[in-house]
Write a protein that binds this ligand. Structure first.
Ligand code: SF4
Length: 174
């Protein structure tokens, strides 16, 4: 079961504030069912961001899109050059690359000592080259001129929004 819940507008604004252009990309399957990130919620969030930044006097181009399933690569081909995605995510601090799903240890403050020449230590066991996502994060942040983001400690993740504590239950007040 996948649970989707939108971050607060202020948190999202803080993540995208350094940029002048942002794409709000929704998924019309799981997150749409959760009323958190489907086409309708994308339109609402894009409008809220646009209006909020306008009121601040900050120039921000807000684009929006939505695909049938973000978890299937083929569905992303039309928007692959526009963005990447996730849940209670830290993508704003990791250059859009997800260490929770792409790091073998789901490390939030990587890389670990097993990262060698851009490859994850599991490459040895799997007998194939598996990129270390933290090496990728480093390279992308370097390209963006934002390596200082790596000095920010990422505190232990709050896994509760994912509902991983016994039977999952989410009650929406509305
Ligand atoms: S080598 Fe990189 S991807 Fe592999 S477990 Fe360590 S930090 Fe994660």
């Amino acid at each position: 079961m996948i649970v989707g819940e939108r971050k607060s507008l202020s948190e999202i604004k803080d993540m995208v504030r350094p940029y002048g252009k942002v794409l709000v990309a929704g998924c019309d399957t799981c997150t749409a069912e959760c009323m958190a990130g489907g086409r309708k919620q994308v339109a609402e969030l894009a409008a809220a961001l646009d209006m909020s930044f306008r009121l601040e006097g900050k120039e921000m181009e807000v684009q929006e899109t939505s695909v049938d399933r973000q978890c299937i690569h083929e569905f992303l081909l039309d928007v692959i050059e526009q963005a990447e995605n996730c849940g209670d995510c830290i993508l704003g601090a990791t250059a859009g690359l997800c260490p929770v799903t792409r790091c073998a240890k789901s490390l939030l403050n990587g890389p670990c000592g097993g990262s060698q020449n851009g490859l994850c230590e599991v490459s040895v066991v799997l007998k194939c080259d598996v990129p270390c996502v933290w090496a990728m994060i480093y390279e992308r942040l370097q390209q963006m001129g934002e390596l200082d983001r790596l000095t920010d400690y990422c505190p232990p993740k709050d896994w509760r929004p994912g509902g991983a504590m016994g039977p999952r239950q989410m009650v929406r007040e509305h």
